[in-house]
Structure formats: structure tokens, C-alpha cells
Design a protein around this ligand. Structure first.
Ligand code: FE2
Length: 290
């Protein structure tokens, strides 16, 4: 093309692709270019603004390392991570929700009833539920990877005072599909604001808060993996999660219980709880893998 114009640049871009281009790559690149080109035309993007955007990406690259990923955060605050989750969520399954940047692989396996909050001050919560299929049948042997903030609002990878696997655990559902554990209630927290993503939030008058949540990755043979979160229904940031992770089926009531009602057996804390705690019931539905 010797006469590239604002009208033909998108199709010209696609026409330069080789004949052997993978069809999915072609589809994604064509759509990406179409929307990117439309964006520049619609906003009449100036050179100065475009350069600011490039500087933003350079800064995001500089600040990203093996412990901090500014690009995941950017995707999260733009709503892209949640959109990808929702596009691929099955309506029959528990909703998926953002993975976020703080998951750590190889969390230590723990027995049903274990306590994640040992040594930390905070409200005890007892979390229980059943992993089941879309027919309501329990799934035994599912793995449930859990992670959360400490009461100071930090994940272990952000906090040199925590062991790296603090508030991370891998449970397995029992023969009735049940899982259960205790921990201290995670707190609302802010996403990091000292990098370029923080500048976007400031420039658009947005707060950086996420409502309290427990992260889950649930896997079972023959079923689709589920990445999700559970939120308490009394959190002040529930209606304005800065990463758009809240779905109504993930919001649970944390029910206050007296110390005397804590189960006598089956939990690491059985016989040791002498203050009110909260009970959280969170059942999870998995769909079959195709
Ligand atoms: Fe989180």
C-alpha cells in the first residue's frame, strides 16, 4: 500500500500478514489493531499524550519484577482481567474472579480443619463448604488453594515480616466434598499506588481499595479449574472494588457465633476458642472440563 490513510490503515495492517499466520493470532491482531486505531482516531490522540502512554509502559516495565507485576495490576484496574474472567465463566458454575498478583505456587498442603491465622491478632473466621458439580453431587479429592492478606493488609510477598507461605494453604476436599479451615478475617486493602497504575487511579479520582476477600483456586480431575474469591457482605468497598472482582454469588454473610458454638472436634482450634468468631459458608460449583 503506497497511500496509507486513516481509513485504510487497519486493513492495510492485516494485509501485510503472511499467508501462514495462525488464524487465532490473525483474529486477535486484527481486532486489537481495529480498536487501537479507532481509539486514536476517536480521541484525536496527540503526540504528547501518546508519548505519555509509552512512558507509562516503560515505567510499568521498570517496576515489574518477580514479586511485583504492574501489568497484572494495570489489567485489573482497567477491568480487563475481570472481563476475561466473565467471558469464560460458566453460568452453571460458581463465578470466577480475579487471580491478582499475589498467588504463590506450591502452597503447603494442610489438613482439613487447619488454622491459617496462628500468631496473628484478628477476628477468627471458620470457613466451610462443599465442592460439588452442577448436579449438586459432591466432588471428593478437589484441591482448594487459599491465600489472603495478613491483618496488616499485606500479602506475604509484600511483607518481609511474614513467612513466604504465611496465609497460604492447599486443602483437599474429603469424601463428602467438604473442606473447612479457620483463619483471621482478611482486611480491605489498597492495591499498590506508588507506580504508574497509582497515577491512573489518582488522575481519574479513583480510590485504590479492594474489599476484604479470600482467594481460591479450586481444581478437580475432569473439571474446569476455578479461580475465585469470597467477600463478606458488610465490607464498605463491596460496591466499588477497584479491580471489579465482586459478583453477587461470591458475597457471603459472615455470621457471628458465640465462642461456645465452636466445633468441639475437627478443627485445630477446637477447644481453644474463647471469643466470638464468624462462620462463613461457601459452597463451590465446578463444571466439567470439555
Ligand atoms: Fe487479593
Amino acid at each position: 500500500m503506497r497511500n496509507v490513510t486513516t481509513d485504510n490503515i487497519t486493513e492495510t495492517f492485516v494485509s501485510y500478514f503472511g499467508e501462514d499466520t495462525d488464524p487465532r493470532i490473525l483474529e486477535i491482531m486484527r481486532s486489537l489493531a481495529k480498536h487501537l486505531h479507532e481509539f486514536a482516531k476517536e480521541t484525536e490522540l496527540t503526540h504528547e499524550e501518546w508519548n505519555k502512554g509509552l512512558e507509562f509502559l516503560r515505567w510499568a516495565g521498570r517496576i515489574t519484577d518477580d514479586k511485583r507485576d504492574e501489568f497484572v495490576l494495570l489489567s485489573d484496574v482497567l477491568g480487563l482481567s475481570s472481563l476475561v474472567d466473565m467471558v469464560h465463566s460458566s453460568p452453571e458454575a460458581t463465578s470466577s474472579s480475579v487471580l491478582g498478583p499475589f498467588h504463590i505456587s506450591n502452597a503447603p498442603p494442610r489438613d482439613k480443619g487447619a488454622d491459617l491465622g496462628a500468631g496473628y491478632e484478628g477476628e477468627i473466621i471458620l470457613v466451610e463448604g462443599v465442592i460439588k458439580d452442577t448436579q449438586g453431587q459432591p466432588i471428593a479429592g478437589a484441591t482448594i488453594d487459599i491465600w489472603q492478606t495478613a491483618p496488616n493488609g499485606l500479602y506475604s510477598s509484600q511483607d518481609p515480616d511474614q513467612d513466604i507461605y504465611s496465609f497460604h494453604a492447599l486443602f483437599t476436599s474429603d469424601e463428602n466434598g467438604r473442606y473447612g479451615f479457620t483463619t483471621v478475617r482478611p482486611v480491605s486493602y489498597t492495591v499498590p499506588t506508588d507506580g504508574p497504575v497509582g497515577d491512573i487511579l489518582k488522575a481519574t479520582g479513583r480510590h485504590p481499595w479492594r474489599p476484604s476477600h479470600l482467594h481460591y483456586i479450586v481444581k478437580a480431575d475432569g473439571y474446569r479449574d476455578l479461580v475465585t474469591e469470597v467477600f463478606p457482605d458488610d465490607d464498605p468497598y463491596l460496591d466499588q472494588d477497584t479491580v471489579f472482582g465482586v459478583r453477587s454469588d461470591l458475597v457471603m454473610t459472615y455470621i457471628k457465633q458465640s465462642a461456645e458454638s465452636f466445633p468441639d472436634t475437627g478443627y485445630e482450634l477446637s477447644g481453644k476458642v474463647n471469643e466470638p468468631y464468624s462462620k462463613v459458608d461457601f459452597d463451590i460449583v465446578l463444571v466439567k472440563a470439555h
